[in-house]
Ligand binder design. Structure first.
Ligand SMILES: [Zn+2]
Length: 148
């Protein structure tokens, strides 16, 4: 399921709308909105959102790199440190979605933490089939259930 995004044609000095990003990269606009939650930063105060090409490029390259980094069960990929890191105090927050993934109908789970090296927010994606292991691996500070 790993996808390679074509970042070569992104012009670093140009600004992009959500729609244009979706067209150029070949993804749904909803995917781009998801990227914003994952850390794609729009130009400050832009409404509707505009994104600088270099920001988009950096985000997608990091995303690709994080896929290639093999993580231990207790590690996260930090987009700032650009490497596998551990969460501060081994604390983690879970966001459990009603959205199901895969044939077994597991719920999507996002594990959130704080990078122990740089204090950035770090995320790791998992599913409800791993909940027991996740609880054994991290100190779960909070669990939030969301619709989406
Ligand atoms: Zn970090």
């Amino acid at each position: 399921m790993s996808k390679t995004y074509k970042t070569k044609n992104i012009k670093t000095r140009e600004s992009y709308t959500t729609k244009r990003i979706a067209q150029e990269i070949g993804v749904h606009q909803r995917t781009v909105q998801e990227w914003i939650k994952q850390g794609l930063t729009p130009i400050e105060n832009s409404r509707p959102y505009y994104f600088m090409g270099y920001e988009l490029k950096k985000f997608l390259e990091e995303k690709q790199k994080s896929r290639k980094t093999k993580l231990q069960p207790d590690e996260f990929y930090c987009t700032k440190c650009r490497e596998a890191v551990r969460p501060t105090d081994n604390d983690a927050w879970l966001v459990i979605s009603q959205r199901t993934i895969g044939k077994q109908g597991f719920k999507a789970v996002t594990i959130k933490g704080i990078c122990e090296n740089c204090n950035s927010k770090i995320n790791r994606f998992s599913h409800s089939g791993n909940l027991k292991a996740i609880r054994e691996t991290f100190n779960i500070v909070d669990i939030e259930e969301v619709k989406q």
